[in-house]
Design a protein around this ligand. Structure first.
Ligand code: ATP
Ligand code: MG
Length: 424
């Protein structure tokens, strides 16, 4: 046999049992998002590299270190999308959606690609679901966007999550904060990592996001972003806090939260879990306002806000049930009879499986019952020689072990109300 080909580092297969958990998660999350009238947009998995360079920003880790970029056969630089927002904004502009009545409320779901150090909860291909609201400057829409994230997490059974919230101001007030931060951090520069030294020059706010512990230890008694907000940013911030308060959602204010992407302004937030199963990767959802991005990508200045949720992390701490078996397993000495029972049930929306013997010849009823047991079927429907002769069917409740016999034509009515259609 030739040698097995393995998967590349950082990617993985979602096997059936886990895929069923994904289906459960996706349908619950979509439901919550649809309740707030966001509509799905499906954008390409690869885009021109410039979109991300301009959109995500040249000083970000994503663009500097993490992109899967390659030349296609016509020597165009292409990048597998590392995140969803830039592509959604590109689509919004190239399809004339900026002419629709604002806000344009969109959501997306799909794989993202980042060349990262892989560990639990950090893959090179991972999945995000995200929402974007384009065309309203808030703060009410900021509150809506944040509340949807909160409701999404609750809908999949995630409770121990806190919402960290900050405002990083706008192009009017951020330079002042940036200068203050530089003044405070300059004396500490020799103690900081090389990345932070570079961030100090190019984008000092990004230093606060540094993952190196010795750097974080130096970041004490820093100026507060909130204290430096200009009047309009302060009003926006106060408006957001009061809108959240009215809904009962209590944020944890964190004036060190800056987020890793260049395009954010004003509101930034993260949902962070204390669930130990995620180890260091505790942020499950992150987002913010990006009022300058649309202009950066060639549109007119348009206020916008959104978030992205990492589904690998969400799955681990959610209530997603692992796959359940079919409602019914059809057992018969005649494969065609079993298939015809299964077909009748399936057409009524009742899930049903049966045994397909490797040899092509039906196996004994005992072996088939073993298979029924293994699949986790709720009921077994049995048609042996006896039942076939008398045009009856025996039904075994696989939980209680109880067995009853019914006329064959009562098969479908027997199950009505006893089993549902499979969870989707
Ligand atoms: P981190 O600080 O963990 O690297 P980030 O700031 O790079 O996160 P975002 O770009 O804001 O993350 O992505 C939003 C969410 O997507 C994250 O909170 C996380 O749940 C998920 N995510 C990001 N990168 C990965 C990855 N490599 N593998 C799995 N999930 C990820
Ligand atoms: Mg990252």
């Amino acid at each position: 046999m030739s040698e097995l080909i393995g998967a590349p580092r950082g990617v993985y297969d979602i096997l059936p049992e886990e895929a069923e958990q994904w289906q459960w998660l996706e349908s619950r999350l979509k439901h919550v998002i649809h309740l707030a009238a966001y509509r799905e947009i499906r954008v390409p998995i690869f885009e021109n590299t410039d979109l991300f360079k301009r959109g995500v920003g040249e000083t970000t880790d994503i663009v500097n270190k993490e992109m899967y970029t390659f030349l296609d056969k016509s020597d165009r630089s292409i990048t597998l999308r590392p995140e969803g927002t830039a592509g959604v904004v590109r689509a919004y502009l190239s399809n004339g959606m900026h002419r629709l009545t604002p806000p344009v409320k969109l959501w997306y779901f799909g794989p993202m690609f980042r060349y990262e150090r892989t560990q639990a909860g950090r893959q090179r291909q991972f999945h995000q679901i995200g929402i974007e609201a384009l065309g309203s400057s808030g703060p009410a829409i900021d509150a809506e966007v944040i509340l949807i994230a909160n409701d999404c997490l609750e809908a999949v059974g995630i409770k121990d999550c806190r919402l960290e919230l900050n405002s990083i101001g706008c192009t009017d007030c951020r330079p002042r904060y940036r200068d203050l931060l530089r003044q405070t951090l300059e004396p500490k520069l020799p103690l900081l990592c090389e990345d932070c030294k570079e961030r100090f020059e190019r984008n000092p706010l990004r230093m606060l996001d540094c993952k190196v512990e010795t750097c974080q230890a130096q970041f004490v008694n820093l100026p507060s972003t909130i204290a430096e907000l200009c009047q309009p940013c302060k009003e926006h911030w106060d408006g957001l806090l009061s809108a959240l308060e009215q809904t009962g959602l209590k944020p944890v204010l964190n004036d060190r939260l800056v987020r890793g992407l260049d395009y954010y302004c004003r509101t930034v937030f993260e949902f962070i879990t204390t669930d130990k199963r995620l180890g260091a990767q505790s942020t499950v959802c992150a987002g913010g306002r990006y009022d300058y991005l649309i202009e950066t990508l060639g549109g007119t200045r348009t206020p916008a806000i959104g978030w992205a949720m990492g589904l690998e992390r969400v799955r681990i701490i959610s209530d997603a049930p692992s796959g359940s078996g079919p409602s019914v397993f059809a057992v018969s000495c005649d494969e065609k009879a079993a298939l015809s029972i299964a077909t009748r049930l399936r057409r009524e929306g009742i899930s049903c499986d049966l045994d397909f013997a490797p040899s092509g010849k039906p196996r004994g009823l005992g072996k088939q019952m073993e298979k029924a047991n293994k699949t986790g079927a709720r009921f077994a429907v049995i048609q042996g020689e006896d039942e076939l002769a008398s045009n009856t069917i025996s039904i075994k409740d696989m939980k209680s072990g109880e067995q009853t016999r019914i006329p064959a034509q009562e098969l479908v009515p027997f199950f009505s109300g006893k089993v549902g259609t499979p969870a989707n």
